[in-house]
Design a protein around this ligand. Structure first.
Ligand SMILES: C[S@@+](CC[C@H](N)C(=O)[O-])C[C@H]1O[C@@H](n2cnc3c(N)ncnc32)[C@H](O)[C@@H]1O
Length: 286
């Protein structure tokens, strides 16, 4: 591990402790303290969020604006996308995605944050494309999302992992700082300049589901999948460098490179092994 990657990991570890510690401290506040706070609560219009304020499963800490843009750049957000942020805070990820022409939805547990983000979207002239609902991140229907733009704790991400893996292959998940246990990001980017905290974005591309037995011509293709990584064998000859990027699969058998597109129970593509490229097709056998 290089010194800089060690420093990045150490900072991420400190970060998770900070965000988790603030969450725990705020959750542990006495009911009396909360009631006293409630007694002096300002009118809805005057609500000003406080960094570190309580949240159901994670406190509110905003993503720095430059990292919001870096996350949306990594996800390559276009007007064709439907972007969802779970725990959308003041709405910045959703509003920035809408500014790029995407439809975007924020799901936020705190009703005051929902009202604030709705006002922020209207003030930006983006109310038509940026919507916010009050809800729990774990209950939300994210099945139609093509991009998830998130700033959540590793524990939140782990609990959401099965839903992420059920998104359409090729959907992108971008996260501020924190990872998804077991699932290596496809890309990591740390922004330079004035960023002092929460400066790293991670990207995952949801892989097609390919594990199992396939028929490839007269041969048998066995694929073992761990997230975007693929191992296995073609007629008992081992696969090398097997990898998925959404619905695109690539692997090498001997000196032949297979590339293809997964479409449900069918894979179609090209193979190259010295001579001219030829087509190949595989169909699911189990
Ligand atoms: C770390 S902040 C991130 C805010 C925003 N996504 C951003 O990147 O600036 C997490 C947000 O999640 C909200 N939250 C906490 N638990 C939640 C839950 N179970 N469902 C929905 N939102 C939740 C908090 O109120 C807070 O606004």
């Amino acid at each position: 591990m290089t010194v800089s990657s060690w420093v990045r990991r150490a900072l991420a570890a400190v970060g998770v402790m900070t965000l988790a510690a603030v969450t725990a401290t705020v959750q542990a506040r006495s009911p009396q303290a909360s009631a006293a706070q409630g007694a002096s609560k300002p009118a809805e219009e005057e609500f000003v969020p406080q960094v570190g304020q309580a949240g159901k499963d994670v406190v509110w800490v905003p993503t720095p604006p430059e990292l919001v843009e870096a996350m949306l750049d990594m996800a390559k957000v276009t007007p064709q996308d439907y972007v969802i942020d779970l725990g959308s805070g003041d709405g910045r990820n959703v509003i920035a995605a809408a500014r790029r022409g995407a439809r975007a939805l924020g799901v936020e547990y705190n009703p005051k944050m929902v009202a604030l983000s709705t006002r922020n979207a209207a003030a930006a002239g983006l109310a038509g494309r940026a919507a916010f609902v009050e809800g729990d991140m774990y209950e939300a229907d994210i099945s139609k999302a093509s991009v998830m733009a998130l700033f959540l704790l590793p524990s939140n991400m782990l609990q959401l992992r099965p839903k992420f893996l059920d998104l359409r292959p090729g959907s992108r998940i971008v996260s501020n700082t924190f990872g998804i246990e077991g699932w290596t990001p496809d890309e990591t980017r740390t922004i330079e300049g004035n960023c002092s905290a929460w400066c790293t974005a991670l990207l995952w591309i949801v892989p097609a589901k390919v594990g199992g037995k396939w028929r490839l011509g007269d041969g048998e293709l066995m694929l073992e999948q761990e997230y975007q990584m693929v191992k296995g064998a073609l007629d008992a000859k081992p696969l090398a460098n097997g990898r998925l990027r959404g619905d695109q699969i690539r692997f090498v058998v001997g000196t032949t490179e297979y590339t293809g597109r997964v479409d449900g129970n069918r894979i179609e593509g090209n193979l190259r092994g010295g001579g001219p490229a030829t087509n190949w097709t595989a169909t699911r056998a189990n």
